[in-house]
Design a protein around this ligand. Structure first.
Ligand code: IMP
Length: 420
């Protein structure tokens, strides 16, 4: 199981792509097209939002019940993969996953507009409103596309309420039943063959001794329960949610690999103690190409935060770490690493603050490690790394008590170093 250990964009896609080689099935268990994975294979670049990254390796792929599905995005990706010569007949979409409807996008956009300065900075893909409807038991599920009559009834019932909200609360345009019904009936035809009982499928794969890889989208600090609420997504990216989000028992998860950048980035609003002050922030953004895959927004950049990473180890049960984009750090003479926070009362802590206001006020305490100047693109194993880069990795391991088993040194598929 692979989980983002920071605020997302850690490069999980590339790690999933690597581990998918030795897996038989790859599953997504939460989130939707708010995710954006970029995988570079030779001259080809794949940008994926809905499908599990395992699709690039030609593995059977599951979109679990915990996901939200925008049919337009999913169909776009299925068509694109077919066109590029990747068959999609082994894509299985849970009938219990929820459909993102046009009003979810409209409400996401309108509510962010209304929040003004208090906006969350969502990806505006309708994620929050879709999960809210799921919890409200007003949602429309993937399985509803199997019956045109039911689909139409559900759209009609939802619109009766949503149009009121859109017009009276958000002063936005309402949706027309006939237009939406026709649009979703079209999607239904294309998606019908993919709708499956994915819990049964994954369970049966596990029973047959197959290796199943779970691919978290977003990340620990964006988790609805454990993240920096309210600046979070509306699902649970943490590892234990893989069980709920695919319909298997928690004891089936053998290992949890946390993926962390060798520094930190964050998109959207919210507190960020190790955010870099001064020109190094822009430098890091340029060197790391830190612009959102989905929204194109600039990512905020910070030094590695071990307090937050220690927390991610705890709430996910991370037993191995993949440290990505180590090459980006090659350009800095010294590397501050946040080892503790100073709280409002002046006390120092190595534990992530449980109270939101403490986290807002937390100031980073840095230990500064020496940098290195050598490029890392010639390294083929961890042993080839410059001594200072090895010390950086060992420092992280010591502080967290977790072994770093994979190190990312570039965008290419081959640029992931493993431990001998
Ligand atoms: P939402 O998931 O679109 O509702 O956005 C909620 C918060 O999660 C915002 O701060 C987004 O920027 C952030 N977010 C959602 N998906 C991702 C992702 O894949 N990478 C990084 N941040 C994300």
């Amino acid at each position: 199981m692979i989980v983002g250990a920071q605020w997302g964009d850690e490069g999980k896609g590339k790690i999933v792509d690597l581990l998918a080689q030795d897996s038989d099935v790859v599953c997504r268990y939460q989130g939707g097209p708010n995710a954006g994975h970029t995988i570079v294979v030779g001259e080809e670049t794949y940008k994926i939002r809905a499908l599990p990254s395992g699709i690039v390796r030609g593995k059977p792929c599951v979109i679990g019940n915990g996901c939200v599905v925008d049919p337009e995005v999913l169909i776009g990706e299925l068509d694109e993969f077919e066109r590029r010569g990747h068959p999609t007949h082994e894509v299985f979409v849970s009938g219990n996953a929820h459909l993102i409807m046009p009003w979810h996008l409209a409400i996401d956009q309108a509510s962010e507009r209304r929040l003004g300065k208090l906006a969350i900075g969502t990806t505006k893909r309708g994620i929050g409103p879709c999960y809210a409807d799921k919890a409200m038991r007003l949602g429309i599920r993937v399985q509803d596309i199997l019956d045109a009559k039911i689909l139409r009834q559900k759209i009609e019932a939802a619109l009766a309420e949503k149009n009121l909200w859109l017009e009276r609360v958000y002063e936005s345009e309402p949706f027309d039943l006939e237009t939406v019904a026709a649009q979703y009936e079209g999607y239904a035809k294309r998606l019908r063959p993919y709708v499956s009982d994915t819990s049964l499928y994954v369970d049966s794969a596990l029973r047959r001794g197959k290796a199943v890889l779970f691919e978290g989208a977003q990340a620990t600090l964006l988790d609805l329960d454990h993240g920096t609420y309210p600046f979070v997504t509306s699902s649970n990216p943490v590892a234990s949610s893989a069980a709920t989000g695919t319909g298997i028992g928690p004891q089936r998860i053998d290992h949890v690999i946390g993926v962390a950048k060798a520094y930190v980035t964050r998109v959207g609003e919210g507190p960020f103690p190790s955010e870099i002050e001064g020109p190094d922030q822009e430098r890091m953004r340029e060197l790391g190409h830190e612009y959102g895959t989905v929204t194109g927004r600039s990512r905020r950049c910070g030094w590695l935060d071990l307090v937050a990473l220690r927390y991610a180890v705890r709430v996910n049960g991370i037993d191995r770490l993949a440290l990505t984009k180590l090459d980006v750090l090659s350009h800095f003479a010294t590397l501050p690493v946040c080892v503790r926070y100073t709280l409002r009362d002046g006390a120092e802590t190595g534990d992530f603050p449980a109270h939101q206001s403490d986290f807002h006020a937390a100031r980073p305490v840095y230990e500064t490690l020496p940098g290195w100047h050598e490029a890392l693109d010639e390294c083929t194993s961890v042993d080839d790394l410059p001594a200072a880069a090895r010390r950086y990795v060992e420092f992280v391991e010591r502080e967290l008590g977790v072994e770093v088993t994979l190190i990312g040194t570039g965008a290419e598929r081959k640029s992931v170093l493993t431990r001998a």
